[in-house]
Design a protein around this ligand. Structure first.
Ligand code: NAD
Length: 481
């Protein structure tokens, strides 16, 4: 019988009127579990529980919060193989990627356990005589979190860990497509000793549970990761609500990887293939625009195509698989739609793009590499969010930089070069929030800020010590001695 997973409201596992089946994209006959689909009432109960828990939780000592986060980290790390397997089974990234992501969630909790102990303020002399000024940070209150399906444990972790570390209460609505990893993570954190109501999980539809979270007057802030279209709705709802909510939006990307003539070809091909196609290309930081200088262009395309031919696309849980399936039918349809659009616009399909049959029914496709593309084509301008990348030929570094920045997005950007001059210039002049030299655009550390510019992000950075900008609010106090 399929296991039923409930919502966590006020410290109790609560049934919902509806449930949805979480399907393995590597084998659509395999049901991972039935997950509760919450209602507006469930969401309201979760916010009420968070509101009731906040006064006591916000006054806990850093030591109390440290111990809970550290205990959660220890369990996540001890169970990372099992959690990684669940993640790969429900999302379709390979087992190695799933275990890596689960381990990352554990590291994030360990980092923010330490951050509980490091939160500091400032004391300054006033410009007026006899007065002292103190600047302190306080928790924001009740934080609503809305997360996407492509990093089902890491993104909930990098939102929940800082929120709890700095004394906030949480109501999280994970992606309805892939809720299992977030459920398992919430279960671990709750059992690590959180008081009832501090952390609440309401799974369900974005248009129902997500929208109710945005509309709720007792929610102080929303941290959202997802598409630009939904992000815009989130921002509009949060500004329209009274009082207005603090917001942090992490959205899409169309990340350029520049390859210059002087690049080490092996390094460039590895960065491009990893960045564009690993995790089935379903990363906001994917290197989907490969901007390649004319002198290395043909050698790069040939070597990248050879590398792609050697990649095994198969069941995410199978040993030897390099690329798992696409997450579901609608994302697969979107990938195929963009392949057709690119062909119509005159791009040349250098490799891949075909649907694949494997032992089990799943959403398998060959990674697709286009050449002879321009930066004006839709394949260069719109986020596909699948294993599809295109090569744009340029004459020199200046043209490469100009095209890299010619996009409405600004999440990550990369350059492959052996020239210190060009690497340094690119780091300074790229209009992206994260810049990589001789590395894929995807793949980041957890102790430093993560986020973008332009259409990719709105609000303060996530992760590392910079997360406190969002999860705390500053108070300035004046005292006449
Ligand atoms: P999505 O925008 O469809 O959904 C994201 C979340 O929003 C889901 O939980 C969904 O249920 C919820 N939602 C949908 N409609 C809503 C509404 N009206 N009100 C409130 N919530 C609503 O995105 P997705 O398909 O899950 O994820 C893919 C997107 O996420 C891509 O664009 C990708 O680039 C982006 N992403 C960005 C980052 C980043 O950090 N920049 C990281 C991962 C993914």
């Amino acid at each position: 019988m399929t296991e039923m997973f409930k919502n966590l409201i006020a410290g109790e596992w609560a049934s919902a009127g509806n449930a949805s089946r979480n399907i393995n994209p590597s084998n659509t006959g395999d049901v991972v579990g039935e997950y509760a689909q919450g209602s507006v009432d469930d969401l309201n109960n979760a916010v009420a529980a968070a509101k009731a828990a906040f006064p006591a939780w916000s006054r806990t000592t850093p030591q109390e919060r440290y111990e809970i986060l550290k205990k959660a980290s220890d369990e996540i790390l001890a169970r990372k193989e099992e959690l990684g397997r669940l993640l790969s089974r429900e999302e379709g990234k390979t087992l190695a990627e799933g275990i890596g992501e689960a381990g990352r969630a554990g590291q994030i909790f360990a980092f923010f356990a330490g951050e509980c102990l490091r939160l500091a303020g400032e004391i300054l002399p006033s410009v007026r005589p006899g007065i002292g000024v103190e600047i302190t940070r306080e928790p924001v209150g009740i934080i609503g979190m809305i997360t996407p399906w492509n990093f089902p444990i890491a993104i909930p972790a990098w939102k929940m860990a800082p929120a709890l570390a700095y004394g906030n209460c949480v109501v999280i609505k994970p992606a309805d497509l892939v809720p299992g990893s977030a459920w398992a993570l919430v279960d671990i954190i709750q059992r690590a000793g959180l008081p009832k109501g501090v952390l609440n999980l309401v799974m369900g539809r974005g248009s129902v549970v997500g929208q109710a979270l945005l509309n709720h007057k007792d929610v102080h802030a929303i941290s959202f990761t997802g598409s630009v279209a939904t992000g815009r709705k989130v921002a509009e709802a949060c500004i329209a609500s009274s009082p207005m909510k603090k917001i942090q939006l992490e959205m899409g990307g169309k990340n350029p990887l520049v390859v210059l003539d002087d690049a080490d070809l092996k390094v460039a091909v590895e960065a491009a293939v990893n960045g564009a196609f690993f995790s089935t290309g379903q990363r906001c930081t994917a290197s989907s625009r490969l901007i390649v200088q004319a002198g290395i262009h043909d050698r790069f395309v040939e070597a990248a195509t050879e590398r792609l031919k050697g990649l095994v696309v198969d069941d995410a849980l199978k040993a030897g698989t390099h690329i798992g399936p696409v997450v579901d039918q609608s994302q697969l349809d979107q990938n195929l739609k963009y392949i057709a659009i690119a062909k119509d616009e005159g791009a040349k399909l250098a490799w891949g793009g075909d649907l694949l049959q494997r032992e089990t029914p799943g959403f398998y496709m060959q990674p697709a590499l286009f050449t002879e593309t321009t930066n004006a084509m839709r394949i260069s301008r719109e986020e596909v969010f699948g294993p599809v990348a295109n090569v744009i030929r340029v004459k020199d570094y200046e043209e490469a930089l100009s095209l890299a920045n010619d996009t409405e997005f600004g999440l990550a950007a990369g350059i492959c070069t052996t020239s210190l001059k060009h690497a340094t210039h690119f780091k300074r002049n790229s209009e992206a929030g994260m810049v990589m030299v001789n590395l894929p655009t995807a793949g980041v550390d957890y102790h430093v800020p993560f986020g973008g510019r332009k259409g990719s992000s709105y609000g303060s950075r996530e992760q590392g010590a910079y997360a406190k900008e969002f999860y705390t609010t500053v108070k300035t106090a004046y005292t006449l001695a």
